[in-house]
Design a protein around this ligand. Sequence first.
Ligand code: HPA
Length: 264
Amino acid sequence: MSPLSLMKQHAPDWAPRIAVVLGSGWGGLTKHLSNAVQIPYAELDGFPQPTVAGHDATLWLGNLGAQPVAVMSGRKHGYETGAVDGMAKPLKMLQQLGCHTLVQTNAAGSLRADMPPQSLMLITDHLNLPQRSPLVGLTGNDRFVSMVDAYDSELNSHAALIAKGQGATLFEGVYAWFLGPQFETPAEIRMAQRLGADAVGMSTVPETILARHLGLRVLALSFITNFGAGMSAEHLSHAHTLSQAKEGSERASQLLAEIIATLP
Ligand code: HPA
């Protein structure tokens, strides 16, 4: 069935305004949803079937406070097939349903000694290090998307205000995208630090580009699961990312739920 008709069948007379992508550690957000319905990606044409342990594949429709939201629990990563446009169809569909904002979350490694694991970071800008784009192959002048203010400054101020109100520390910084799936080398981490990055990860940037192309405003948050390779004695693994993310999930989701419920 087409995603649009399936969604209408699940929730007639209802349209989401905010699309959310949940990365590792952010699954707790769905506990804050009211009147939620779940649709497995398998039932939605064009939605990805994730191949990563610990990553779900469910679309949740519901409300956070008075805000109607569509929450994608699970995303397609560039490292799964090499293609970086795996989220193009889901995002287009959610925009067509009425979403004007995309809230993104991820797990990331810290490049800053003063931002330890379990920190939360608001992404204020990114480095597209692989220089891959989900817009390659499109035609038309609107493919030449401005990436200035890609992470919306008004939404960022709002998130910072809510964090302050909760007494939560919310770092701000630049996210450097590495394609993965291997973790970075210590030399790559030093390079990213010198280029001005504050965190590293394997997601988010393609979706931000897609969202800006669709005219969606973007807000993005990283949950810091580790220091970048070579910065500490810690051994990096996917299991380590998941266990760290699980530990801080409750607190991160609490903050995110309030940020979204009160978004302008
Ligand atoms: N590197 C890349 N991706 C990540 C990391 C990291 O250190 N931690 C969590 N996701």
